[in-house]
Design a protein around this ligand. Structure first.
Ligand code: GLY
Length: 415
């Protein structure tokens, strides 16, 4: 089969690598891909917002299946457009992608599904935000409704901080239309689990659980990022797992068809395990990044086959390897606010240990030399029979590349 993966980061590189190892897959293409990805897939620069260009492209290459990486494409409706052109797609419809594209849509879905989630109010101005805050205890969580590239969540220790955040959203409009409305939520203490399922909107197959590390600094200090490292499979006790399945996963999937949403793809449920039990923090409509980097290699099977069936609305039983995986994110100086691009990368990006390798997340080749070109630059991947071994492999791999101001957490998987 001929596959096309949309996107250009570490997640997409992980998807492409998994497809390359799939016996059913003969060719892997990427759009736009990257210089790093072009070592493993045929990359195409097609403007995905240009409907005619997309039509010409997919008709020329006759892809058997397209896997969509980033949420932005899904929220823009790429899956519907491809389906109208007769192309099979792993990715939900534009309306279903609102589960990630609109925090308010998503919260209303959670309420209909009857899943546990933090108490909330919908707000669209400063005065109402401060009035609504009387119902909650600090810290206050204000979430912009729309996609904001990780910059839409404000955790405010006090009312004055909340006022500043609300003014930034509603009056200075720092996020534009994405911040015209927002959710004010009760903050929840606990720990997070990335629980991803493949679903056709009726049935689901759970993927191995993963633990992301979203904060930039060790000990979970500093600003939120897209993820600085991840380990998996995360083992949780059977009782908690059953609680999550019964209270959250099954009702969420049931409500996809109940709400009439066309869904053939990944549903990523951000689960917060609180002292009072598990709750839903958020839904994402795609693979996590860097979660995919540790989940994809765990399948004991053929991802091409699984994806192609899913794109047709059919689920496949999945078997998992008895392995532990770790992914350490190597980030650019200035990430997440203002990552330095163009910094020369030293080392051997092609290095692969027996149980370790790099994935390209934000690199580019300029005049034959690798440079940084994004916030998260490389992913050092390690695997082993234990968590400790996987981490040892990943950290040893990480030593094979560096650049000025490189940022890397040393405590991934230590919790
Ligand atoms: N790692 C978090 C995310 O993909 O949203």
């Amino acid at each position: 089969m001929r596959f096309l993966v949309l996107g250009q980061g570490g997640r997409e590189h992980a998807l492409i690598r998994a497809l390359k190892f799939s016996p059913s897959v003969s060719e892997v293409h990427a759009c736009p891909g990257s210089d790093g990805i072009s070592q493993e897939a045929i990359c195409h620069k097609v403007d995905l917002s240009d409907a005619k260009a997309v039509e010409v492209f997919v008709k020329k290459y006759q892809f058997d299946c397209v896997v969509v990486g980033p949420e932005t494409y899904l929220v823009a409706g790429i899956a519907d457009h491809l389906r109208e052109l007769g192309v099979e797609v792993v990715g939900p419809s534009q309306i279903a992608a609102q589960l990630e594209g609109s925090k308010i849509f998503s919260k209303e879905f959670m309420v209909r599904a009857g899943v546990p989630t933090a108490a909330f109010e919908i707000v669209d101005n400063v005065a109402d935000t401060l009035r609504a805050a009387q119902k909650f205890t600090p810290p206050y969580v204000l979430k912009a409704d729309g996609l904001a590239a990780g910059k839409g969540v404000f955790i405010c220790a006090s009312l004055p901080e909340l006022k500043t955040a609300a003014e930034a959203l509603f009056e200075q409009k720092i996020l534009g239309v994405a911040g015209h409305r927002a959710l004010l939520e009760q903050h929840q203490d606990g720990y997070e689990i990335s629980y991803l399922v493949l679903t056709n909107g009726t049935d689901f197959e759970a993927l191995p659980l993963a633990q992301d590390h979203k904060r930039l600094g060790e000990g979970d200090a500093g600003p939120n990022t897209g993820g600085m490292g991840v380990v998996g499979p995360m083992i949780v006790d059977a009782e908690l797992r059953e609680q999550i399945d019964a209270l959250i996963v099954r009702p969420s999937v049931r409500n996809l068809s109940g709400s009439g949403l066309l869904y053939r793809g990944v549903l990523y449920i951000g689960v917060m395990v609180t002292p009072k039990g598990p709750t839903v923090l958020e839904y994402n409509v795609r693979f996590g990044d860097p979660e995919a980097q540790v989940i994809m290699p765990l399948l004991d099977g053929d991802w091409g086959y699984v994806f192609s069936r899913l794109a047709h609305g059919e689920m496949s039983p999945m078997k998992w390897k008895n392995l532990q995986m770790a992914c350490i994110v190597l980030a650019a100086q200035g990430y997440p606010d203002d990552p330095v691009k163009g910094a020369p990368i030293e080392g051997d990006l092609g290095y692969e240990g027996a149980s370790s390798y790099f994935l390209h997340a934000g690199t580019a080749k300029v005049d034959g030399h690798w440079v940084t070109s994004g916030g998260r630059v490389l992913n050092a991947i390690g695997m082993g029979s234990s968590r400790a071994e996987a981490l040892r492999e990943a950290y040893a791999q990480a030593k094979h590349a560096t650049w000025r101001g490189i940022q890397m957490r040393k405590d991934i998987g230590a919790k």
